[in-house]
Ligand binder design. Structure first.
Ligand code: 13P
Ligand code: SF4
Length: 329
């Protein structure tokens, strides 16, 4: 039986979620890639770094995490005394899948003179094997604090790693993982769109391949792209990241035009993250009602994964957004 079929018929889901969040003293955190309906009812919508900070700071008893599993795990690692629920425990991430802990451990051991920086899109086990965690909004700031001659292993996203390596001129060995969503953008279709709207700049997430980033006027995290949209003088923006972020742009700038970058056939849904899309209002209601599915973690793993996350929070502290990967040189 699926989760939804256990919902009493005729129930007002939004009212029930409102009642349960109060009763449970729950905070609802949502990533920008969540469906608009979920973004609209969340207490806070943000990028990976902002959501980690919120999870570490909240005085709620329950964190209902509307994002993917590694994000909810981070909330549990930083706030172990809280109950952390995720509407669908199968909401994974292709980057996490690309990096099995045993293989990452062997990779690390083969390069003992390298520091291991891991993108937050990885399992708790891989975090525990890493020296510092980064997000797309904190990576550049964190790497800039490392000695220039420090050799770096970067995983699991080869596109973000490649972008940082090119931009910062650092010695970085890259794990060969990709995000299936950002990998699906088509350069040919993007060029057609740029020809159709020559006045529109392109803002891209650094998880995109270099052949997409090469056409971007701005490269940054989800929150960075949102700030760019708010600051740009023009009327139109081409957005090369998961299209649900456009919801926040439309709320903030209803008179501007935001166009999602196309996939290979010019009109596919392949740039919608299938993992983020697993969370629904129905599953959120059930999670708040039953306090399940819930993130549980072995304490020794939690402590080992917390160390590199704490380093990230320390090194990224300061003005959020200023440490973003930022405008291309
Ligand atoms: P941000 O940190 O930019 O929100 O990215 C998270 C993510 O999973 C992008 O695919
Ligand atoms: Fe993972 Fe890509 Fe989905 Fe982000 S968009 S959660 S990187 S699969």
């Amino acid at each position: 039986m699926s989760q939804e079929t256990r919902i009493p018929p005729g129930i007002d889901l939004l009212a029930e979620i409102g009642r349960l969040r109060k009763e449970r003293n729950a905070v609802i955190l949502a990533h920008y890639y969540q469906k608009p309906q979920i973004q609209d009812l969340a207490d806070f919508v943000g990028d990976s770094l902002e959501l980690s900070r919120k999870a570490a700071e909240t005085d709620a008893d329950v964190i209902a995490f509307c994002g993917v599993r590694f994000m909810a795990e981070v909330a549990k690692i930083l706030s172990p005394q809280k109950t952390v629920i995720l509407p669908d425990m199968d909401a994974g991430c292709s980057l996490e899948d690309s990096c099995p802990p045993a293989q990452f451990k062997a990779f690390r051991e083969a390069h003992p003179d390298h520091i291991a920086l891991s993108y937050i899109n990885c399992s708790a086990q891989v975090k525990a094997l890493s020296d510092i965690i980064v997000t797309s909004s904190s990576a550049e700031k964190i790497i800039s604090q490392l000695p220039k001659d420090q050799k770096i292993i970067f995983g699991p996203d080869k596109h973000l790693g490649g972008y940082l390596k090119r931009k910062l001129g650092r010695d970085m060995l890259l794990w060969p993982g990709v995000c299936i969503v950002h990998e699906s953008f088509s350069e040919t279709e993007l060029l057609k769109l740029k020809a159709q709207y020559p006045d529109a700049p392109v803002a891209a997430h650094p998880e995109c391949p270099a052949y997409i980033l090469d056409h971007a006027d701005y490269v940054g995290s989800t929150s960075g792209i949102l700030s760019y949209a708010k600051a740009m003088p023009g009327q139109r923006l081409i957005v090369a990241t998961e299209p649900h972020i456009i919801h926040q742009m439309q709320l903030a700038l209803p008179n501007k035009d935001f166009i999602g970058a196309p996939g290979a056939d010019g009109n596919c849904n392949c740039n919608i993250c299938p993992y983020m899309a697993m969370n629904t209002i129905e599953k959120l209601y059930i999670a708040l009602r039953d306090l399940q599915p819930r993130i549980e973690m072995d304490e020794s793993l939690r402590l080992a994964a917390k160390k590199p996350l704490d380093r990230m929070l320390d090194m990224a502290s300061g003005t959020v957004g200023k440490g973003d990967v930022g405008a291309r040189d």
